[in-house]
Design a protein around this ligand. Sequence first.
Ligand SMILES: Nc1ncnc2c1ncn2[C@@H]1O[C@H](COP(=O)(O)OP(=O)(O)OP(=O)(O)O)[C@@H](O)[C@H]1O
Ligand SMILES: Nc1ncnc2c1ncn2[C@@H]1O[C@H](COP(=O)(O)OP(=O)(O)OP(=O)(O)O)[C@@H](O)[C@H]1O
Ligand SMILES: [Mg+2]
Ligand SMILES: [Mg+2]
Lengths: 256, 256
Amino acid sequence: KSEVIAIANPKGGCGKTTTAVNLATCISALKRKVLLIDLDSQASATIGLGIKPYLCRFSVAEVLLNSAGKAGEAVYSTKVKNLSIIPAKSSLADVETELRKQEGGGLVLKSRLNQILSAYDYIFIDTSPSLGALTLNALTIAQRVIIPVQTQFYALRGLGQLLNMVNIVKARVNPNLCRIRILATMYDPRTRLSQNILSELRKRFEKELFKTIIPISTRLAEAPGYGLPAPLYDSHCSGTIAYRKLAREVIANEKM
Amino acid sequence: KSEVIAIANPKGGCGKTTTAVNLATCISALKRKVLLIDLDSQASATIGLGIKPYLCRFSVAEVLLNSAGKAGEAVYSTKVKNLSIIPAKSSLADVETELRKQEGGGLVLKSRLNQILSAYDYIFIDTSPSLGALTLNALTIAQRVIIPVQTQFYALRGLGQLLNMVNIVKARVNPNLCRIRILATMYDPRTRLSQNILSELRKRFEKELFKTIIPISTRLAEAPGYGLPAPLYDSHCSGTIAYRKLAREVIANEKM
Ligand SMILES: Nc1ncnc2c1ncn2[C@@H]1O[C@H](COP(=O)(O)OP(=O)(O)OP(=O)(O)O)[C@@H](O)[C@H]1O
Ligand SMILES: Nc1ncnc2c1ncn2[C@@H]1O[C@H](COP(=O)(O)OP(=O)(O)OP(=O)(O)O)[C@@H](O)[C@H]1O
Ligand SMILES: [Mg+2]
Ligand SMILES: [Mg+2]
């Protein structure tokens, strides 16, 4: 049975795309079949996996607008074995406006993807920094949500608003959305700020917080420039090691 | 005559709020009367200036929905002399949905603020990481746009989409939107990535790029935790020095 995991947080720049690309890569290395869906019109996850958005005839926009025929036509292979992607293009920004107007605009992705989901063990959805119609679509189809939180002050503040939103979606639209997990990202052990924020996260969200912490690592930020996930760019850097550890923790959680 | 400057970029976490709070503070220190408008429901700029969103009876949401009576009732003073703020509250997220439904929803802020703008020399608007109805309101009223861009790979990619959007707004809604400026932020001279991205910005956007570069500075990230802008938290750190330099460059640009 496939497990759908949304990566979401309206706070910008907290590591959603970096987590989606690298976690999906590390999970596929553990012999799972993985699909990554890019639901951000900035198409960062698409670019981070070395795919040029403008060369893709079908993207997630066509899947949502139903013009891709079968959703499977928008699935592309990547340089990573066992990892496929449904890319985003900048046209996705217009789809968001369309979906808002429709009754039940939050359920479109779920109905369009139904026929292909069972082919994958894990489906990750990268979302944009907003709580709009597209992110709602991701939360409606997901069984789990991973919330990346930078160990910085502003990031901690936005968390309350997001947890409220996720609980509303769970109550109204998607009772299957059972597990909410928080991932500490860009942790810099040299600064007191990072240490303070991490201990605050541990105090307030002990149950939800992953044991794995993603450290600040320049190699993680360099990899997208080469169109490679970190494990292919530098398999021994601290970022790759952390995402591999996270992948094992995510798989172990399955039975929780 | 007052100058309205929007701080915008749909890429998340590029330094919009940090720039809005610190630039507004440094400009007010140069004997200008400044108003900061927080147009992000995360209310980071409000919190960064030490104001508790839930204690504010009126916020920008009430100004937009016309329930604040005179817009002036939503203006609060801050710890910074010459700097006032119209705060945000999480209710702003619902206003965005309302505005989308209305004809001319992009022009509401302009008409509601008209009577108070002339009381200020500079009005800065902090926006959320999206190109939705609220950001459109900011771009419709602004004469200038400052686009903070981290010296990172993904940040460079998103720039094209934003410049297109701004040019559309200029052509269709706001011919006064004459100056678009790009600000390099979170620059880390120790990494080749930062250096490469900065030289790419200089090559592609020589005319728009500010001479001032904002360096990576932990003190900038610590200050919001104390509800203080950086110049009040640590007046000699590299972040404060850079924003002071930027303030002088922005004022010098006035006559451009
Ligand atoms: N652990 C890390 N160490 C160093 N740099 C990182 C790390 N994680 C992410 N980055 C860099 O920080 C920036 C923000 O990360 P990313 O784009 O993944 O965040 P996001 O939440 O997807 O942003 P957005 O809100 O715009 O979608 C990127 O330039 C990325 O390369
Ligand atoms: N020059 C800098 N040096 C170090 N840290 C910085 C710098 N500028 C911003 N930061 C920190 O980086 C994070 C992102 O900055 P900020 O919140 O200002 O970006 P933003 O564009 O407003 O984000 P959002 O897209 O969520 O609105 C914050 O935690 C902030 O404190
Ligand atoms: Mg992203
Ligand atoms: Mg902000």
